[in-house]
Design a protein around this ligand. Structure first.
Ligand SMILES: Nc1nc2c(c(=O)[nH]1)N[C@H]1C(S)=C(S)[C@@H](COP(=O)(O)O)O[C@H]1N2
Ligand SMILES: [Mo]
Length: 199
């Protein structure tokens, strides 16, 4: 039997672009800057990025607006990036910036270094499209989705916390899950108790 994997769109995953949809992005010429408190800062081109060690994690993106979608996400672990480019020992946070640098967000390195926090470029084997943060996005399954910045162009290790786009507009800086009802997009949007019925 052939199993056809679903993409995010097939689960009716909402498309959030608070700063405006970026339109078609040039993946082949995409660059991601690794900067801040690292010994070896670099501007990675798309080929270099794809050549970094990757992993696939089964996990979910969950929005504070009460929906959650699960799948196999492929990308590069933040811990791997920190190791390869030699993070300095005074780094405490990871700040990531989306295309056009209007949207950014910051997370504690304790969360950034968890096994399922990745710079993701595939969902269920499909390349991420612009709608869902392609060519590459942050995925932080442990916190509300506004920490999972889309279409990332810059990754910065810092020693200071800075509130990002949504945090400045009222969402919490910590973004920790609350017990609440959430629509399970993998189960036709059925309302379930979160996080107990999901993880
Ligand atoms: N650049 C950018 N990244 C973003 C957002 C955004 O508006 N712009 N929305 C965030 C929020 S609130 C959520 S829940 C997820 C939604 O991801 P999706 O649009 O791929 O479903 O992206 C996050 N990353
Ligand atoms: Mo969200």
């Amino acid at each position: 039997m052939e199993i056809i994997m679903k993409y995010l769109k097939d689960y009716n995953t909402p498309i959030f672009w608070a700063e405006g949809h970026p339109g078609k992005l040039d993946k082949e010429n995409w660059k991601v800057e690794i900067t801040g408190l690292v010994e070896n800062p670099i501007v990675l081109d798309w080929k270099q990025l794809l050549n970094l060690p990757s992993k696939t994690v089964k996990t979910r993106l969950t929005s504070v607006t009460r929906w959650s979608v699960e799948g196999d996400w492929t990308g590069i672990a933040i811990s791997e990036i920190a190791k390869i480019f030699k993070i300095k020992n005074n780094a405490k946070f990871l700040r990531v910036y989306s295309y056009k640098l209007i949207y950014d967000t910051t997370i504690d390195l304790n969360i950034a270094f968890k096994e399922k926090t990745i710079l993701a470029y595939k969902f269920n084997g499909y390349d991420l499209t612009e709608d869902y943060g392609g060519p590459v996005r942050l995925l932080v399954p442990y916190l509300w989705g506004y920490k999972s910045a889309k279409s990332v162009v810059k990754v910065e290790f810092t020693d200071t916390y800075t509130s990002g786009y949504w945090e400045k507009r009222g969402y919490t800086d910590h973004a920790t899950f609350e017990n609440t009802l959430v629509r399970d997009l993998n189960d036709e949007g059925k309302l379930k108790q979160f996080p107990s019925e999901f993880f």
